[in-house]
Design a protein around this ligand. Structure first.
Ligand SMILES: Cc1cc2nc3c(=O)[nH]c(=O)nc-3n(C[C@H](O)[C@H](O)[C@H](O)COP(=O)(O)OP(=O)(O)OC[C@H]3O[C@@H](n4cnc5c(N)ncnc54)[C@H](O)[C@@H]3O)c2cc1C
Ligand SMILES: *[C@@H]1O[C@H](CO)[C@@H](O)[C@H](O)[C@H]1NC(C)=O
Ligand SMILES: *[C@@H]1O[C@H](CO)[C@@H](O)[C@H](O)[C@H]1NC(C)=O
Ligand SMILES: *[C@@H]1O[C@H](CO)[C@@H](O)[C@H](O)[C@H]1NC(C)=O
Ligand SMILES: *[C@@H]1O[C@H](CO)[C@@H](O)[C@H](O)[C@H]1NC(C)=O
Ligand SMILES: *[C@@H]1O[C@H](CO)[C@@H](O)[C@H](O)[C@H]1NC(C)=O
Ligand SMILES: *[C@@H]1O[C@H](CO)[C@@H](O)[C@H](O)[C@H]1NC(C)=O
Ligand SMILES: *[C@@H]1O[C@H](CO)[C@@H](O)[C@H](O)[C@H]1NC(C)=O
Ligand SMILES: *[C@@H]1O[C@H](CO)[C@@H](O)[C@H](O)[C@H]1NC(C)=O
Length: 565
C-alpha cells in the first residue's frame, strides 16, 4: 500500500508544480520524499523483514526432509513463548527494553546437522545471523542487530563429556562453564579447567573471546587449552581442527566466533589442581589503608607465585568508620592452589601489609572454590547446572591494561569519581597477570595481552531499573572514568579485553563496507599485531562477509587483490 501512495503523491506534486520553476519542484519533492520516507522507514523495514521471514521459513520447509522435526525449534513473534525464549539468555537488561531491536526468528537447534541448513536459508533471504551460547556479551551482540536477523540459540547443544583418563572433554558450544565444572568435579577432585567465574557464562562465546578465571596465573586462558573444535562455515561445511586448518583454528581461540561461522563444539585439555586449595576474602576501607594496599598490590602480585590468584574489587561504601559518610572498600579476594600453611608463609613474605591471618582462610576443594567465588553455598554443586538467572542488571563495562604501577595520587582520583552520584554502584576490578600469562607468546592465539602487563582493569557501572531512562548519565560516567585512566594505562594501542566487549572503541559501518584501516582502530586494541592475521583468515574463510556484526573482522576487498590499508 505504501509504495503506490508514494508514487501517487509524487505524481500529484509533479503535475501541480510542473508549470512553475523546475528547481522549486525538485527541492520540494526531495524534502517531501525525505520526510515521507523517514516517517515510514520503520514500516518499510518491517515489511521487508516480513518478506525475509516468509522466505526463510519457506526455505526451511523445503530444505528439511522432515520439517516437523525442526518446527518445534523455530520461534517467531506469533509463538507465545517467543519473548521468554529471547529473554531467557539476556544477561544485560540494557538490551531487554521494548526499543531493543528484536530478531525475526529464533531457532534452538538440537542437532549440529541442522545448522548448515539454517545458515543456507538465512543467506538466501538476506538475514544476518546472531549466534548465542550463554548470552553474556556485554553489548548484547548475540541477540541484537540493526538489520533483519535470526538468532541461532545453542542452549540445546550443551552436552559435556569428560574423559578423566585422557584429561580431556568435549563441550557443546551451548554448554555453560558451570556445567563444565560440574561434570569435571563428578569425575575427579584434582582436575579442573581455567575458565571464568560466573557459572552461566557460555563456552561458545567465552572460549572464543579468550576467557579467564582463578587459574589464569597458573595455566593461562580458557582458549589456551582448546585442542580441537567443530565449526560450521559460511558454505555450510562442518569442519574440525584438521579440516578447518590451523589458521582458522587459531582465529576462533580469542577473536570470537561471530566473524567466522557457528562454533558447534570444543575439545579441551583439562588441568591438574591440588586436592586442597585455600580461599580468603578481606575488606579494607580507606581508613584501613586500602589505597596504600592496592598500591603495594601492584608491585607484589604480578611477580608472585603462580599458585596465588589475588584480585581486588574496589567500590564505594556508604558507611565509613571515621565519621565521613562515604569511603572506598577494597575487597581482596583470593584462591591459592595449596594449603593454609603455605599460603600464610607466602603472604607473610611477599605482602605482610595486608595482614592476612589464619582465621581469614578456608581450605576446600577446587570445585568448592568455584562455588565460593560465586557466593553459592559450598556444600552442593547442583546450582552450577542452573542456567536460569533472575537477578539480571543494567550495566556498562570497559577494560584497560596496566603496565606501570599507578601512583597513589592516580588511585585517589579514581575514588573521587566514585563519590559522584553515578559512582554509587560502580566498581573497578584489578586482575593480576604474570605467571603463566607472561610466558605464553602474544601470538599463540589472537589474545595478545601477555608479558609486560601487570594487571587488567575492568571498569563497571551498574544502575537500577528506575534509572533506565537515565542510562546515558551512567554510561557517560564510566566513559569519564575511562578518560581519566588514560595516562595510567597501556598506550599505542590502548589495550582492551575482547571478552569485555565495548562498542565505544569503534564499530563496523552498519551498511556497506568497513575499511581495514577503520577496523584496525579497535582491532589492534583487542588483538594488537594479531589483527592482520585475523583479516587474512577472515578473507579466506568468509570473503563476502556474511558473518558480520558490530566488531567483527572485515575481509580485505576482493577485487583489488592487495591490502587496502
Ligand atoms: C556476569 C558475567 C560474568 C563474566 N565473567 C567472566 C569471567 O569470569 N571471565 C571472562 O573471561 N569473561 C567473563 N565474562 C565475559 C564473557 O566471557 C563474554 O561475555 C563471553 O563472550 C560470553 O560468552 P557467552 O557464550 O555467554 O556469550 P554470548 O552473548 O552468547 O556470545 C558472545 C559473542 O560470541 C558469539 N558467539 C557465541 N557463541 C558462539 C558460537 N557458538 N559460534 C560463534 N559465535 C558465537 C556471539 O555471537 C557474540 O558475538 C563475563 C560476562 C558476564 C556478563
Ligand atoms: C518427523 O519428525 C518427527 C519429530 O522428530 C517424528 O515424530 C516423525 O516420525 C518424523 N517423520 C518421518 C516421516 O520421519
Ligand atoms: C510456532 O508456531 C508455528 C505455527 O503455529 C508452529 O508450527 C511452531 O511449531 C511453533 N513453534 C514452537 C517452538 O512451538
Ligand atoms: C521480556 O522482556 C520484555 C522487555 O522488557 C518484556 O516486555 C517482556 O515482558 C519479557 N517477557 C518475558 C516472557 O519475560
Ligand atoms: C566485605 O564487605 C562486603 C560488603 O560490605 C560484605 O558483604 C562482606 O561480607 C565483607 N566480607 C568480609 C570477609 O568481611
Ligand atoms: C596504615 O599504614 C600506616 C603506615 O603505613 C600504619 O602506621 C597504620 O598502622 C596502618 N593502618 C592500618 C589500619 O593498618
Ligand atoms: C550508597 O548510597 C547511595 C545513595 O544513597 C545508594 O544508591 C547506594 O545503593 C548505596 N550503596 C551501598 C553499597 O550501600
Ligand atoms: C551523613 O549522613 C547523615 C545522615 O544521613 C547526614 O545527616 C549528614 O549530613 C551526612 N554527613 C555528610 C558529611 O555528608
Ligand atoms: C547446604 O548448607 C545449607 C546451609 O548452609 C543448608 O541449608 C543446605 O541444606 C545444605 N545442602 C546440602 C545439600 O547439604
Amino acid at each position: 500500500m505504501k509504495t503506490p501512495t508514494i508514487f501517487t503523491l509524487i505524481f500529484f506534486l509533479f503535475i501541480v508544480f510542473s508549470w512553475s520553476c523546475a528547481a522549486y519542484v525538485d527541492d520540494h519533492v526531495d524534502d517531501f520524499l525525505e520526510t515521507y520516507v523517514h516517517d515510514h522507514v520503520d514500516d518499510f523495514l518491517e515489511k521487508s523483514g516480513r518478506d525475509n521471514v516468509d522466505g526463510f521459513l519457506e526455505c526451511l520447509k523445503e530444505e528439511f526432509d522432515n520439517y516437523t522435526s525442526i518446527s518445534s525449534l523455530v520461534y517467531t513473534p506469533i509463538n507465545s513463548s517467543f519473548m521468554s525464549v529471547l529473554n531467557f539468555s539476556i544477561r544485560n537488561k540494557r538490551f531487554m527494553s521494548d526499543s531493543t531491536p528484536k530478531p525475526l526468528v529464533i531457532i534452538t537447534p538440537d542437532k549440529e546437522s541442522q545448522i548448515p541448513t539454517i545458515i543456507y536459508c538465512a543467506k538466501k533471504n538476506d538475514m544476518r545471523i546472531r549466534t548465542r551460547s550463554g548470552g553474556h556479551d556485554f553489548e548484547g551482540r548475540s541477540y541484537v542487530a540493526e538489520v533483519p536477523f535470526v538468532i541461532i540459540d545453542l542452549l540445546k547443544l550443551s552436552d559435556v563429556t569428560v574423559d578423566a583418563e585422557q584429561k580431556t572433554a568435549w563441550l557443546g558450544a551451548g554448554a555453560t562453564i558451570g556445567t563444565l565444572y560440574y561434570r569435571i568435579a563428578e569425575k575427579s577432585r584434582t582436575l579442573a579447567y581455567p575458565a571464568g567465574f560466573s557459572p552461566t557464562v557460555g563456552v561458545g562465546g567465552h572460549f572464543s573471546c579468550g576467557g579467564y578465571g582463578i587459574l589464569m596465573r597458573k595455566y593461562g586462558l580458557a582458549a589456551d587449552h582448546v585442542i580441537d573444535a567443530r565449526i560450521t562455515d559460511v558454505n555450510g561445511r562442518i569442519l574440525d581442527r584438521r579440516s578447518m586448518g590451523e589458521n582458522l583454528f587459531w582465529a576462533i581461540r580469542g577473536a570470537g566466533g561471530a566473524s567466522f561461522g557457528v562454533i558447534l563444539a570444543w575439545k579441551v585439555k583439562l588441568v591438574d589442581v591440588p586436592e586442597t586449595v585455600t580461599v580468603f576474602t578481606i575488606n579494607r576501607t580507606l581508613e584501613q589503608n586500602a589505597t596504600q594496599l592496592i598500591h603495594r598490590w601492584q608491585y607484589v602480585l604480578p611477580k608472585a607465585d603462580p599458585n596465588l590468584f589475588l584480585r581486588v574489587v574496589a567500590r564505594r561504601d556508604n558507611s565509613s568508620q571515621d565519621g565521613r559518610n562515604v569511603t572506598i572498600r577494597a575487597t581482596f579476594n583470593s584462591v591459592f592452589l595449596g594449603g593454609i600453611d603455605r599460603l600464610l608463609a607466602l603472604m607473610h613474605e611477599i605482602f605482610p601489609e595486608l595482614g592476612l591471618v589464619r582465621e581469614d582462610c578456608t581450605e576446600m576443594s577446587w570445585i568448592q572454590s568455584i562455588l565460593y567465588n560465586t557466593a553459592l553455598p559450598i556444600n552442593s554443586t547442583e546450582p552450577l547446572l542452573n542456567r536460569f538467572q533472575d537477578n539480571v542488571g543494567y550495566y556498562k563495562g570497559k577494560s584497560d591494561y596496566v603496565q606501570k604501577p599507578i601512583p597513589i595520587s592516580g588511585l585517589e582520583g579514581i575514588w573521587r569519581l566514585f563519590y559522584e552520584p553515578e559512582g554509587a554502584k560502580a566498581e573497578i576490578l584489578l586482575t593480576p597477570y604474570g605467571g603463566r600469562m607472561a610466558e605464553i607468546s602474544s601470538s599463540a592465539i589472537p589474545f595478545p595481552h601477555r608479558a609486560g602487563n601487570l594487571y587488567k582493569l575492568h571498569h563497571m557501572v551498574y544502575w537500577e531499573g528506575k534509572d533506565a531512562q537515565n542510562e546515558d548519565k551512567y554510561i557517560s560516567w564510566v566513559r569519564r572514568l575511562y578518560s581519566y585512566m588514560a595516562p595510567y594505562v597501556s598506550k599505542y594501542p590502548r589495550g582492551a579485553f575482547f571478552c569485555y566487549r565495548d562498542l565505544d572503541i569503534g564499530v563496523n559501518n552498519n551498511e556497506g563496507e568497513t575499511s581495514i584501516g577503520q577496523a584496525r582502530v579497535w582491532g589492534t586494541k583487542f588483538f594488537k599485531k594479531n589483527f592482520d592475521r585475523l583479516v587474512h583468515v577472515k578473507t579466506r574463510v568468509d570473503p563476502k562477509n556474511f558473518f558480520r556484526e558490530e566488531q567483527s573482522i572485515p575481509p580485505r576487498r576482493q577485487w583489488t587483490g592487495k591490502d587496502d590499508i
